[in-house]
Ligand binder design. Structure first.
Ligand SMILES: *Cc1c(COP(=O)(O)O)cnc(C)c1O
Length: 327
């Protein structure tokens, strides 16, 4: 299967492997004898990095862009996915339209600033529910002018995009020698966790995966992850229903929690603020208010409550999002 993954075409954007940072001071501050690690996917580099870069490598594989003149995608005013898609469009020499639900507090700050800096056309809609029809309308507008648009689905969380996190899982397994571990993952549209689950199904490594929601109810994320993991397996190995079944089982065994969302998406909680302070002062690492600070709060709570069940290694997947700190 790893050979098949190598043969799937992708556009190289990410700086990989990203480092696995041993973080002994973080462990000391949490008063745990476990070894804590940060998998630094904030540092995938391109377009200011984060998890969307690995997913877009597969979504934007060159044969999928034949004759394409425009990329279209959607997200909130501080979407990291929109930022990296706009940067990729610039690098690939195509135009980009971003359908953004809601106005940013300031268009000259954070990701809202970067969306514009990378040259994207911004179409604003009032509600999340209006994004799909606005994207479809944009496809028609571009076609009328003789162009050809490709829609990149929300968060690049497609079976193809998830392959980026199959690679990441294999990378991590190598870096940690396949040892038993907990792996905490900020989750929303589910592509990241789906890729990790399929990676486990392929490699046989079985870390304890925890998906920490940034917004949606846990059962909704679980559904998305399970479907995407099986879909990615079918894409990679259409002749192996056993792999899809294995991926589905790994996905169903993930711990999904929405207990750290607090008052809502991007709204800080006492725990997320404490985790942000902890990572900054004990590891020199910047967390973001939407995703990583909530997942770090979950990790801190797990370690403090001694829920590690004798497993000595804890990995925090840092999925990026720094620009939102400067919104
Ligand atoms: C998009 C995003 C996530 C969520 O990843 P999914 O694959 O959508 O679950 C997590 N962290 C950051 C920083 C993100 O931008």
């Amino acid at each position: 299967m790893e050979e098949r993954l190598r043969k799937m075409s992708r556009t190289r954007l990410a700086m990989t492997p990203t480092p696995l940072l041993s973080s002994p001071r973080l462990a000391r501050r949490l008063d745990t004898s476990a070894s804590l690690f940060v998998k630094a996917d904030a540092w995938t580099g391109f377009g200011l990095g984060g998890n969307k870069v690995r997913k877009l490598e597969y979504e934007l594989a060159s044969e999928r862009l034949a004759n394409v003149t425009h990329l279209i995608t959607a997200g909130g005013p501080h979407s990291n996915h929109c930022r990296v898609t706009a940067a990729a469009a610039a690098r690939l020499g195509v135009k980009c339209t971003l359908v953004i639900n809601g106005e940013p507090e300031s268009a000259s700050r954070g990701n809202a600033f970067l969306h514009r800096l990378f040259g994207a056309r911004i179409v604003t809609v009032a509600e999340r529910g209006q994004r799909d029809s606005a994207m479809a309308e944009e496809v028609r507008r571009i076609a009328r002018r003789g162009g050809k648009a490709r829609i990149v689905p929300l968060g690049a969380s497609t079976p193809r995009g998830a392959l980026g996190y199959v690679r990441a899982l294999l990378e991590l397994q190598d870096q940690i020698d396949g040892s038993p571990a907990w792996v905490f993952v900020p989750s929303s549209s589910g592509g990241t966790m789906a890729g990790l689950a399929l990676g486990c199904a392929i490699s046989g490594w079985r870390p304890r995966l925890v998906a920490v929601s940034a917004d949606d109810p846990a059962p909704q994320i679980k559904d998305a992850v399970t479907t995407l993991a099986a879909g990615a397996a079918e894409l990679l190995a259409p002749d192996s229903p056993a792999l899809a079944e294995r991926a589905r089982r790994v996905a169903e065994a993930v711990v999904f929690t929405d207990a750290f969302v607090g008052a809502g998406y991007g709204r800080p909680t006492r725990e997320s603020e404490e985790a942000t302070h902890l990572f900054a002062t004990a590891a020199g690492l910047v967390l973001d208010p939407f995703y990583t600070s909530k997942a770090a709060a979950a990790m801190v709570s797990w370690v403090r409550a001694n829920r590690l069940e004798g497993i000595e290694r804890v990995v925090f997947l840092h999925t990026g999002g720094h620009p939102a700190l400067f919104r």
